[in-house]
Design a protein around this ligand. Structure first.
Ligand code: ATP
Ligand code: MG
Length: 330
């Protein structure tokens, strides 16, 4: 997809969905951790859609104070409130025949959530102070780094609005779940930053390996910032001295227990012509060793152990349960 790097299978799947939803005018809800590329995906949907020649109007619902957001979104008429010397169109009106991108929708106040529901249901907006409502033809794309299902369960987000928004749900995966894209992303931002700053910084193989192993809690944005930082600080080839502590710590924690690569010979059984080895049993033994080592190292903290093993916490917990591992019996 143009301007968006993603050869990893979850990204390829996402691009297919983007192309499919772009053709329609249905409401899209994009979820994903901070810095995963939600805004980029929203833009891709608009520019692949039949509305591409009309406006794409972004609104950051988290950044605009509540009392201003209503008039920003729906506009106001002259004299609607003190200081409203002129009528002003809202962003929905500006987005007519195009797309509105409601970023950080999870931060919208309950009062505005009600009004938003009405816009989505009836496709009309009511400028502040107006007597008549205004029909609009706007495609809505919303995004949030919050888990909206959880916000609904905890009473902070209206369930009816959630269902109105969640017509087509898209999830942008965290970078740690698509580590194979890390080298292309690094090269992409490196090329951009080198060109911009007239530098010739390169990333050697061993540093790239660190980048691939790091968990990137701030996702692509963190990677982009880091590459920018090293093009300023490094001279020629990047070394570990140019990297922030945080990244080295994250990688060292893994190297402490599992120096990379684990020598294959350490696990290969002795073979001769008579030997019969139970492949599944061997794999299971290896898996048990890895899981127990990570659990012991972290004092049975399953979150930390899952991080070290680069497994989902739920996957690890399931394995522990299935294997019957218990603290104290290890
Ligand atoms: N797959 C990608 N390929 C190239 N650049 C990317 C990719 N994903 C994200 N970026 C870049 O990373 C930065 C963060 O992306 P974006 O702003 O879309 O993330 P976000 O999910 O909206 O983040 P936040 O939750 O912090 O608002 C941007 O500069 C964007 O251009
Ligand atoms: Mg964003």
């Amino acid at each position: 997809m143009q301007g968006i790097i993603g050869s990893a299978p979850p990204m390829q799947k996402l691009f297919k969905l983007v192309e499919r939803v772009a053709a329609s005018s249905s409401t899209v809800l994009i979820q994903g951790e901070s810095g995963t590329g939600k805004e980029l995906i929203a833009r891709a949907i608009h520019y692949h859609s039949p509305r591409r020649d009309n406006a794409l109007i972004p609104v950051n619902c988290g950044a605009i104070p509540e009392d201003l957001l209503e008039s920003e979104l729906f506009g106001h008429v002259k004299g609607a409130f003190t200081g409203a010397a002129y009528s002003r169109p809202g962003r929905f009106e500006l987005a007519n025949n195009g797309t509105i991108f409601l970023d950080e929708i999870g931060d919208m106040s309950p009062k505005l959530q009600v009004k938003m529901l009405r816009v989505l249901q009836e496709k009309v907006v009511e400028p502040v102070g107006a007597v008549k409502s205004l029909a609009v033809d706007v495609r809505v794309i919303a995004a949030t780094h919050k888990n909206l299902e959880k916000e609904v369960a905890e009473g902070r987000f209206r369930e009816d609005l959630f269902y109105r928004l969640n017509v087509v749900p898209l999830l942008v995966p965290p970078l740690r779940d698509r580590a194979e894209d890390v080298p292309s992303l690094v090269e992409h931002f490196l090329e951009k930053s080198n060109r911009h700053r007239e530098r010739k910084v390169t990333v050697p193989r061993d540093i790239m390996d660190l980048f691939i192993r790091y968990r990137w809690p701030g996702n692509v944005r963190e990677l982009e910032n880091l590459v920018e930082r090293i093009t300023i600080l490094a001279d020629g080839e990047v070394t570990v001295h140019d990297l922030p502590e945080k990244l080295l710590d994250g990688c060292n924690q893994m190297a402490d227990i599992f120096p990379q690569p684990i020598p294959a010979a350490a696990f290969a059984p002795q073979l001769d012509d008579e030997a019969v080895i139970d492949f599944n049993q061997q794999v299971e033994n290896f898996e048990n060793q890895l899981i127990l080592a990570a659990l012991e190292h972290t004092g049975w903290n399953k979150n930390k152990a899952a991080k070290i093993l680069n497994l989902n916490r739920t996957t690890l917990v399931e394995k522990i349960k299935k294997k019957g591992f218990e603290r104290g019996l290890e």
